[in-house]
Design a binder for this molecule. Structure first.
Ligand code: ZN
Length: 144
């Protein structure tokens, strides 16, 4: 992970987890999957093909429906965390409204995160055909 600012080309290939967090293509770890940053109005816009290596992200029709199951796991984990956190902070066991409001806010605020990272998890860890190919990383994968 050293940052060399000299002219020597350095191929420090980023790790799988770092690439996933940054939303890079699972095959080349160079092109972006999404057209816009996570916290923007267009955060749902996704490239059809990897802008770097050309990998078709939706490898078959309905492929991204599977991401809904991943998203479901995320949401359950977040809601449990948020409600337990609310209880620890407020010690409130009287009002169901408090928990309802916390749950709804959590689901709304984290929706862009869930949408994006459910797809990332699906492509990185649940799709064996999307393997990282080091020969496509960085300048080496540029199509002529
Ligand atoms: Zn790619």
């Amino acid at each position: 992970m050293e940052n060399n600012n000299n002219t020597q080309p350095t191929y420090t290939i980023p790790g799988e987890f770092k690439s996933a967090v940054e939303g890079k293509c699972p095959r080349c770890r160079t092109g972006n999957m999404f057209a816009a940053p996570l916290f923007s109005l267009k955060s749902k816009k996704m490239h059809i093909n990897c802008p770097h290596c050309g990998l078709k992200f939706e490898k078959e029709p309905g492929y991204f429906y599977v991401a809904m199951y991943v998203s479901y796991v995320f949401v359950v984990a977040e809601l449990v965390t948020a409600c337990v956190g609310t209880y620890i902070i407020t010690k409130n066991l009287e009002s169901p409204w408090l928990y309802l409001i916390v749950a709804i806010l959590t689901a709304i605020i984290l929706a862009p995160f869930n949408y994006r990272y459910s797809r990332v998890v699906l492509m990185y860890w649940l799709t064996p055909t999307f393997k990282f190919r080091p020969e496509m990383y960085g300048d080496r994968g540029v199509k002529s």
